[in-house]
Design a protein around this ligand. Structure first.
Ligand code: AMP
Length: 206
C-alpha cells in the first residue's frame, strides 16, 4: 500500500489521469472526499503547500508538488521525478512604468516566497526589505507597499491586468514526484516500480 499526497486542482487531476493511463480504472476523487482508496493506492487531497508536510512526516509515502514549494521550504525529502505538469515561473514583477533599479539601497519586495526571494537578491549582493504576504501579491506595488513583487507567473494575465510586467525570471517550476526518506527505503521496490511507470507515462505525454 502506498499513500500519495496530491495538491487540490489541476495537478491532482493530471496526476490521476496518469494513474488511469497506467492502471486503467477510475482514479477520481468524489466531491469533498479527502481520501481516495483504489487498488494498492491511497490518495490524499491536500493543499499544495501542505503536500510536503504530509510527505516529510511520513503520513504520505510520496507526493506531487511544485519545485517552487520544494525550493522555498528546503525539505528533507527524496526528489524523484519532474512530472512536467503545472509549469510556471517564479518572477520579479514591477509596475509597467518602473524599471528595476539594482543600485537602490533597500528594494522593498512583497512575496509569499521569502526564502527564494532572500536567496536570489543575496546572490546579487543587493539589500532588500522583504514584506511577507499570503495572497494578492500583485496589489502591493500598486498601493506603495513595495517596489516590486516576487510571485508565480503562469499566463502572465494577473500581472498584465494589474499594470505590472515581469522584470526578471528567478526560476522555472513544475510539479515533482517526491518521497518520504524512510518510505523510500522501506518501500523501495513499490516506489521504484511506480516511478518507472510514471516516468514512461510522462515521457509519452510529451
Ligand atoms: P497567471 O495570471 O496565469 O500568470 O497566474 C498567476 C497567478 O496565479 C498568481 O497570482 C499566482 O500566485 C497564481 N498561480 C499560478 N500558477 C500557480 C501555481 N502553479 N501554483 C500556485 N499559484 C499559482
Amino acid at each position: 500500500m502506498l499513500t500519495i499526497a496530491l495538491p487540490k486542482g489541476r495537478i491532482a487531476e493530471e496526476t490521476l489521469e496518469i494513474f488511469t493511463h497506467i492502471f486503467g480504472g477510475e482514479f477520481e476523487f468524489e466531491s469533498r472526499k479527502l481520501i481516495l482508496d483504489i487498488g494498492e493506492f491511497r490518495f490524499l487531497n491536500v493543499r499544495n503547500q501542505d503536500v510536503p508536510t504530509y510527505v516529510e512526516h511520513g503520513a504520505a509515502d510520496i507526493g506531487v508538488v511544485g519545485l517552487d514549494v520544494i525550493t522555498e521550504k528546503e525539505l528533507d525529502i527524496v526528489n524523484l521525478l519532474d512530472m512536467q505538469l503545472g509549469k510556471c515561473k517564479v518572477s520579479i514583477g514591477i509596475k509597467n512604468e518602473d524599471e528595476l533599479d539594482w543600485s537602490k539601497p533597500n528594494i522593498k519586495v512583497a512575496t509569499k516566497m521569502v526564502n527564494i526571494t532572500r536567496d536570489y537578491f543575496s546572490q546579487k549582493a543587493v539589500g532588500v526589505e522583504i514584506i511577507k504576504l499570503y495572497g494578492s501579491i500583485e496589489l502591493a506595488p500598486l498601493v506603495g507597499l513595495s517596489d516590486v513583487i516576487v510571485d508565480i507567473v503562469d499566463t502572465g494575465n494577473t500581472m498584465r491586468e494589474n499594470g505590472l510586467k515581469v522584470a526578471e525570471d528567478i526560476m522555472e517550476s513544475s510539479a515533482y514526484l517526491i518521497a518520504n526518506k524512510n518510505s523510500f527505503y522501506a518501500k523501495k521496490d513499490e516506489i521504484l516500480s511506480l516511478y518507472e511507470k510514471i516516468k514512461m507515462a510522462v515521457e509519452s505525454r510529451n
